[in-house]
Design a binder for this molecule. Sequence first.
Ligand SMILES: [Zn+2]
Length: 270
Amino acid sequence: MKPQIENIVGIPIAVVHRTTPWIWDLRQDADENRAIGEPIPESNRFIARSVETPMVEWKGGIKLPGQPPLPKYFDGHAIRDHFMELKSDADVLAFLNLYGKFSSLEELERTEGWKRVDFEGWQTVFAELARRAPETWSDYVNSLLLPRTGFDIRGVLSALVWGSTHQVEFHWRGLPQADWRGAKHLASLQTNTVVSAILATIEIDHLRGAKFGVCARKDCPKFFEITSHHKRKYCNQYCAHLESIRRMRARRKRGRTKSRKKAPPTPGRS
Ligand SMILES: [Zn+2]
């Protein structure tokens, strides 16, 4: 098949995410030997369940299921920014309960669930997909299978494949729409899982030729758009500042150990 290719420039496109309302719980694997105050084990899992529709009393005492919960709509880029900020279990739980279904792996999300280390893995993967040219994505993704990475890489891979097909709708001015920011027509790329929403924003960024760098602070997963020739290493001022403090402390520490070694033995001790 040889499709006819049209070069259409300047179509405003938005990633519109429609949530599938789910309730997420953080299930802690029972560990009776764990003392109070000891850190919670790594094995905790975020597990999803559907929102139960409340029964409503109908005529003559008959009960019928009421209104299902309404989906909410979110902007894909906002979801991406929010996701890359997640640090604690509490952050992840609040995030999941806001956006609902995370990936297309419904069965996995309801039974085994995801661990926090999986979400850290997802952050790394998204940052790499932003940094790399899409031509190299499959090599990168395959390379993840080789060493044991500690997170559920098979789940991640499978969710990526399922999340990479998107639905596009075209809207014309005149139809009731949310804020179009002055756009005449709009291509609305619609997603219903978080993975698909974030992936779509990264794909669109590559289509418009954006380049990204990943923050040089080891414990920060965030990526940022490179907009000038000026070399930038960190995602924001906070990370740059923190790293400079760390370097200064490391230098001081090295200085101290050196002077300790050089110092003459304390008199009168031996
Ligand atoms: Zn950073």
